[in-house]
Design a protein around this ligand. Structure first.
Ligand SMILES: Cc1cc2nc3c(=O)[nH]c(=O)nc-3n(C[C@H](O)[C@H](O)[C@H](O)COP(=O)(O)OP(=O)(O)OC[C@H]3O[C@@H](n4cnc5c(N)ncnc54)[C@H](O)[C@@H]3O)c2cc1C
Length: 377
């Protein structure tokens, strides 16, 4: 049997870093190629920093269960990157919600997620006319800056070569087998000849497939805005999510010492779906546009549910492309996609879903490529 020995992992987000490390620990010689000037600069940094505990997915039992399985693994693997210093509240909206309080509690029990009525002083923060019930749950945040440092350490320890400020612009089969990856770095273009290529470019997955002459995967993208805010003193140690529909979330954002503020209605600015008719490079699109913040709209709506939020102050906004599988539009489920030989023999594609289900990807690495400790006896 032919065993692949060399690999290029394209994309130095959290998924690319973890995959590169595992492949190297499995015995491959791995080069990680990232177009930004550091690791974890894109979606792995500009996200809500929520380590999902399943609560967010009452319409997708599978995603809820996977979150419960992955949360303790993530916390055990990256203990220094986790912020547990806040109380997490899930409030169930009385109107326009896809779940009722009874359904939410039943779902939490089914997936084994701790849930309890919030203490009275926290429940009182919400308008009882708009909120049916308020729960305290177990949910954490992660610090993406610390995660970046952890990734750097782990890649170095595993012997992965890292090329930053280097964009893969072309992938083609080599006449003698394997793939040739053309990368444009600070010193100009250079080629890598490898057995395998792993496309971990998330929002640019199809941009890279196009560079390889491969048909796009149907993917839905949105320009997402998350405001970064200073919370009023009384709310600093809280994270809040109002479920389940066109509502809002406020989560600690540890890497900046602020809170992120997102709203289901206002966070997505523009969206599109890649398909046979064409693709759009979201990163270039975002770099070329200057959308106007919608924070005032987010806040105006959120204050109706939680009046004390009126005193929070916007410091900044994070803008990023969010990419999901259109198949999950209905249930909001978040499975990963991990496919091999996509258009070219030796080309694999990963579409991440959430930070914690990186383990779903690692568990799906073909046996021969996995670190020895993960191979079946
Ligand atoms: C607004 C928003 C909120 C989110 N909230 C959460 C949350 O609270 N909790 C959670 O678990 N998940 C959340 N997610 C999802 C999570 O952020 C992503 O699933 C995860 O970060 C994707 O990791 P990644 O490594 O695949 O992608 P990225 O971190 O985007 O990495 C892909 C990398 O590929 C590089 N790249 C692209 N093209 C090339 C090329 N041709 N050559 C070289 N490099 C290239 C990019 O520069 C980038 O660094 C959120 C996502 C968004 C956008």
């Amino acid at each position: 049997m032919h065993t692949a020995r060399t690999a290029a992992v394209v994309g130095g987000g959290f998924y690319g870093c973890m995959l590169a490390e595992w492949l190297a620990r499995g015995g491959m010689q791995v080069e990680l190629v990232e177009r930004e000037d550091d690791l974890l600069r894109r979606a792995s940094l500009a996200n809500q920093a929520r380590v999902h505990g399943g609560y967010h997915y009452p319409r997708s039992l599978l995603t809820g269960l996977r979150s419960r399985a992955n949360l303790p693994r993530f916390v055990a693997e990256f203990p220094d990157c986790i912020d547990t210093s806040f109380t997490k509240i899930y409030a169930i909206a009385a109107r326009h919600s896809h779940v009722t309080a009874r359904h939410f509690v039943g779902f939490c029990r089914r997936i084994g997620a701790p849930v309890a009525p919030a203490p009275a002083h926290l429940a009182r923060l919400f308008d009882p006319a708009l909120v049916e019930a308020v729960f305290a749950v177990e949910e954490f945040a992660f610090d993406a800056t610390k995660l970046r440092r952890a990734c750097r350490r782990r890649l170095a320890a595993a012997g992965v070569g890292v090329r930053l400020t280097t964009e893969v612009t072309h992938i083609a089969p080599h006449p003698r087998g394997g793939l040739v990856v053309t990368a444009r770095g600070p010193a100009g273009d250079h080629d890598l000849w490898v057995d395998r290529v792993f496309n971990c470019t998330y929002a640019r997955l199809n941009t890279l497939l196009a560079a390889a002459g491969v048909a796009p995967i149907p993917l839905r993208h949105e320009v997402a805005e998350m405001a970064l805010v200073e919370m009023p003193e009384a709310l600093v140690h809280l994270g809040v999510t109002v479920m389940c529909g066109p509502f809002f979330s406020v989560m600690p954002f540890p890497s900046r010492g602020l809170h992120s503020f997102s709203h289901v209605r206002y966070t997505p600015h523009t969206s599109w779906t890649d398909g046979p008719a064409g693709i759009l490079d979201g990163h270039r699109y975002l770099a070329a546009t200057a959308p106007r913040t919608r924070f005032p709209l987010m806040l105006r709506d959120a204050v109706r549910y939680m009046p004390a939020l009126a005193d929070c102050r916007q410091v900044d906004s994070l803008w990023e492309i969010k990419t999901v599988l259109p198949a999950n539009d209905k249930d909001d489920g978040r499975p990963i996609l991990f496919e091999h030989d996509v258009g070219l023999r030796g080309l694999s594609c990963v579409l991440a879903a959430k930070i914690d289900n990186v383990f779903d990807m690692l568990d799906a690495i073909p046996q021969a490529d996995a670190p020895p400790s993960r191979r079946a006896a």
